[in-house]
Design a protein around this ligand. Sequence first.
Ligand SMILES: [Zn+2]
Length: 116
Amino acid sequence: MHEGAIAQSVVDILRDIKDQNGLLSITSATLKVGAVSGVMIDALEFAFEAIKKEESFIKDATLNIINVNVKARCNICNKIYEFDNTDDLIMICPDCQMPLTIINGKELEIVDVEGG
Ligand SMILES: [Zn+2]
């Protein structure tokens, strides 16, 4: 399962951060997840909760998710379009009919970790 593997790699990164900083446990982790990152947040949260039962250093950890909307820029006129809803996503500039380049929305990154 895709999200299971992602949750496991997040936990591996959290373990490294804990070890590198001499922490005993992680209390919260904040993740940025782009709307077109291909990650289903519900499934990711579910997988994280399952791993928490096996990894004592994250047993009290909260997973915070920041949703990142898609932003795309026209290669020609440099206009930036933001899409609240991926169903509205277009990949062609309405003005010059040229392809848009996605500049936000593909992220999957850990942006903040707290522990003690
Ligand atoms: Zn354009």
